[in-house]
Design a protein around this ligand. Structure first.
Ligand SMILES: *[C@@H]1O[C@H](CO)[C@@H](O)[C@H](O)[C@H]1NC(C)=O
Ligand SMILES: *[C@@H]1O[C@H](CO)[C@@H](O)[C@H](O)[C@H]1NC(C)=O
Ligand SMILES: *[C@@H]1O[C@H](CO)[C@@H](O)[C@H](O)[C@H]1NC(C)=O
Ligand SMILES: *[C@@H]1O[C@H](CO)[C@@H](O)[C@H](O)[C@H]1NC(C)=O
Ligand SMILES: *[C@@H]1O[C@H](CO)[C@@H](O)[C@H](O)[C@H]1NC(C)=O
Ligand SMILES: *[C@@H]1O[C@H](CO)[C@@H](O)[C@H](O)[C@H]1NC(C)=O
Ligand SMILES: *[C@@H]1O[C@H](CO)[C@@H](O)[C@H](O)[C@H]1NC(C)=O
Ligand SMILES: *[C@@H]1O[C@H](CO)[C@@H](O)[C@H](O)[C@H]1NC(C)=O
Ligand SMILES: *[C@@H]1O[C@H](CO)[C@@H](O)[C@H](O)[C@H]1NC(C)=O
Ligand SMILES: *[C@@H]1O[C@H](CO)[C@@H](O)[C@H](O)[C@H]1NC(C)=O
Ligand SMILES: *[C@@H]1O[C@H](CO)[C@@H](O)[C@H](O)[C@H]1NC(C)=O
Ligand SMILES: *[C@@H]1O[C@H](CO)[C@@H](O)[C@H](O)[C@H]1NC(C)=O
Length: 572
């Protein structure tokens, strides 16, 4: 008997030692792909201790535009520095990211209608080659000032294309984009379906969207405190009954990661805090702590529950039931036994099918009355929407439908200078430049439709012109992309002109398209990174020369920006 006990002790202590060792030996995860782009900015932006590079300066990202994009900046204080500029799309435009390592990637999108540019009414649709991330989103019908979206998508090609599609006669925009590798073991291929009970397989082929990520009983954990740049918010506002829960916390260094759970699953600041039963050990010992989370009823959800026994003095003293909605997800969960020890993290994955059509998803824990345990605990909770049968997160329109190019009017337009002689003069310079550019471009592979990102010089124009920012008319032009794609017959495109700078940009593209021989009838087009296309450099300096001096505004905004509000991981 004594011998058995001491053997057990040894086993436990070896386990602890191994836990400590393996914790110490974790080399922190380094993502193979790590794109942090601030769109339309002219300079790096630091946010959450990370450097976001202007989209126009990132060499392994290219932009393919069937029309135009331009840039907006604002003098007013954005909700956080990442939101101070935007790239605006007047027609379907794609970012293409070179991918080093296939597998799950975070795609994080930041949207904020930069004031003064009429972006509130913009209608935003974002699709990858396989999945619809956002469809017809508009701030007009959204109850919030900015939108943060996070997706986890298994990229199985050596590139990822993000298409931004404006609805008819509207514009789309984006302020910042992250494309970052996630560890392969983060999201499994299989989870447990709760209703009807059984295995749920082939998650690896589906996309996930973060809807909730909660740090039970703990503070907001921001991206810089999470090894994978995730944000965890406090749970209290989702508690069904506030008094049902009492928060507990221990020193994060007490958390002993074992071989099964690494800090990439969740940081120790998540496992070191928890909600336990509020009235445990008092009158009625038998009740649930329930969190109620509003969700879109038409979807299936991936539910990850994080546990760590930070309250018990001895093993096997915390045994409880876990419910998802009213279904039992895990009965008689003996936490320290499941984890192997006290203070050792463990997590469980489920898939919940809201078959009842309810617009909330609830998760509950309550004591297992068949054990002596009088308490229940939860440390963290993640809820992710699973892409539906249309491979979408919004409705039933598939990528193919949304990417279809609507027929465009067939009219070669002439830009009539409405701004006066200065326009004409500058336009002439632009034409001359473009002839030069077109000549030079012959030395580069023909028919490249991946254009360099348009000049941030335009933004400065936008800012200045915003007092007369109404659409000043329409300009017709030939877009480089459409003239090169043999199957797309349209030569012209009608687009709204927001400012003089944009007219100039369109004119340049028109003339280079006109002067470029349209002899490229293949659809296989070599991709060239942004930085290798030089001809546009001249125009950058030209337009900047016209509008110098507003960079300071952006800098002021950056330095004075107060990030007082947490990035809402719900993104709704
Ligand atoms: C911007 O950030 C990139 C990547 O961190 C760095 O290489 C570059 O030097 C920075 N540029 C400036 C102007 O700070
Ligand atoms: C897009 O949303 C707007 C409201 O924001 C709505 O009026 C319009 O019908 C929607 N269009 C589609 C195609 O869903
Ligand atoms: C908008 O959000 C606020 C606070 O979250 C809420 O009180 C209000 O009811 C919401 N309005 C609508 C129309 O959803
Ligand atoms: C967009 O325009 C086309 C033709 O102009 C029309 O058929 C289609 O219904 C429009 N779509 C929306 C969402 O308004
Ligand atoms: C991604 O998809 C591929 C092909 O379906 C699969 O082999 C791989 O395991 C998946 N990776 C992850 C992390 O799900
Ligand atoms: C923990 O509970 C105390 C008392 O109810 C409360 O004041 C505190 O804000 C809670 N902390 C967190 C992180 O929820
Ligand atoms: C986050 O990290 C900062 C320093 O990087 C630290 O001061 C802060 O306490 C951390 N917060 C949490 C919740 O771990
Ligand atoms: C529960 O707590 C939250 C946050 O502290 C508070 O907003 C809410 O009003 C409370 N609800 C009740 C019923 O006390
Ligand atoms: C769910 O789908 C049904 C039918 O497809 C649709 O009528 C309903 O509007 C959808 N609900 C939401 C919240 O999108
Ligand atoms: C806890 O919630 C589950 C699921 O809704 C329910 O079946 C069970 O009766 C509840 N337990 C208590 C004590 O209320
Ligand atoms: C969801 O519910 C439907 C019918 O209610 C069922 O056919 C399907 O298998 C369920 N999926 C999961 C993952 O439980
Ligand atoms: C903003 O957009 C709406 C709808 O597209 C339009 O009616 C309005 O005139 C625009 N306002 C300005 C200042 O451009």
């Amino acid at each position: 008997m004594l011998a058995t006990l001491s053997t057990m002790n040894i086993v436990i202590w070896v386990g602890v030692a191994l836990g400590i060792l393996s914790q110490g030996s974790y080399s922190s995860y380094t993502p193979a792909d790590n794109y942090l782009l601030v769109c339309g900015s002219s300079q790096n932006v630091t946010f959450n201790d990370q450097t976001y590079v202007p989209d126009s300066l990132q060499s392994s990202v290219s932009l393919k535009s069937q029309g135009n994009s331009f840039v907006a900046t604002s003098n007013s204080t954005p909700p956080s520095p990442i939101y101070q500029s935007a790239r605006i799309f007047t027609s379907t435009t794609s970012y293409k990211f070179d991918i080093e390592t296939e597998g799950r990637h975070w795609i994080r999108l930041y949207f904020y209608p930069v004031p003064g540019h009429n972006l509130t009414s913009a209608s935003i649709t974002v699709v990858t080659e396989n999945f619809v991330l956002l469809h017809n989103f508009s701030f007009e019908t959204f109850n919030g000032t900015y939108l943060f979206k996070e997706y986890a998508i298994n990229v199985t090609l050596d590139n990822l294309v993000l298409n931004f599609i404006p609805s008819n006669n509207s514009i789309a925009f984006v302020n910042a984009i992250e494309v970052v590798s996630a560890p392969d073991n983060l999201i499994p291929d299989q989870a447990v379906a709760v209703s009807p009970p059984g295995p749920f397989t082939w998650l690896s082929g589906l996309a996930l969207e973060t809807v909730y990520r909660l740090n039970m009983g703990g503070p907001l954990v921001t991206a810089q405190n999470d090894t994978l740049g995730r944000t965890w918010e406090n749970d209290v506002k989702y508690l069904h009954v506030n008094s049902s829960a009492t928060n507990v916390s221990v020193n994060p260094l007490n958390i002993k990661y074992g071989p099964a759970v690494s800090p990439e699953i969740a940081p120790n600041s998540v496992y070191s805090t928890a909600e336990t039963m509020g009235d445990a050990n008092v009158v009625s010992v038998n009740f649930n702590i329930t969190w109620v989370l509003p969700v879109d009823p038409n979807f299936t959800y991936f539910v990850r529950v994080h546990f760590c026994d930070i309250v018990s003095k001895s093993m096997n003293s915390l045994v409880f039931n876990l419910y998802i909605n009213t279904d039992s997800a895990f009965g008689g969960l003996d936490l320290s036994n499941l984890a192997g020890n006290l203070d050792v993290p463990v997590y469980k994955d489920f898939v919940s099918n809201n078959s009842a059509g309810s617009d909330t998803l609830s998760v509950s824990v309550g004591p297992d009355t068949s054990s002596n345990s009088l308490n229940a605990i939860m440390n963290g909770l993640e809820i992710m929407k699973i892409s539906n049968e249309a491979r979408s997160f919004v409705g039933l329109s598939a990528v193919e439908t949304l990417l279809e190019v609507p027929p465009k009017k067939n009219k070669i337009g002439i830009i009539i200078g409405s701004v006066g002689g200065a326009v004409a003069a500058l336009a002439f310079i632009g034409l001359c430049y473009c002839c030069l550019a077109a000549r030079r471009s012959r030395s580069t592979p023909q028919g490249n439709t991946w254009l360099p990102l348009p000049l941030y010089g335009n933004s400065l124009t936008m800012t200045k012109m915003s007092t007369l920012s109404q659409k000043s008319g329409t300009a017709s032009c030939i877009s480089l992309a459409s003239s090169n794609l043999g199957r797309r017959q349209q030569l012209t495109e009608k687009s709204d002109v927001y400012s003089f700078g944009v007219v100039l940009l369109e004119l340049e593209e028109t003339s280079s398209a006109l002067t470029e021989p349209d002899d490229n009838s293949t659809n296989h087009i070599p991709d060239i990174p942004l930085t290798s296309l030089e001809p546009f450099d001249n125009s950058v300096s030209m337009i900047e020369g016209v509008n110098s001096g507003t960079d300071d505004d952006a800098e002021d905004a950056a330095t004075s920006a107060v990030f007082s509000q947490l990035v809402n991981p719900r993104g709704r």
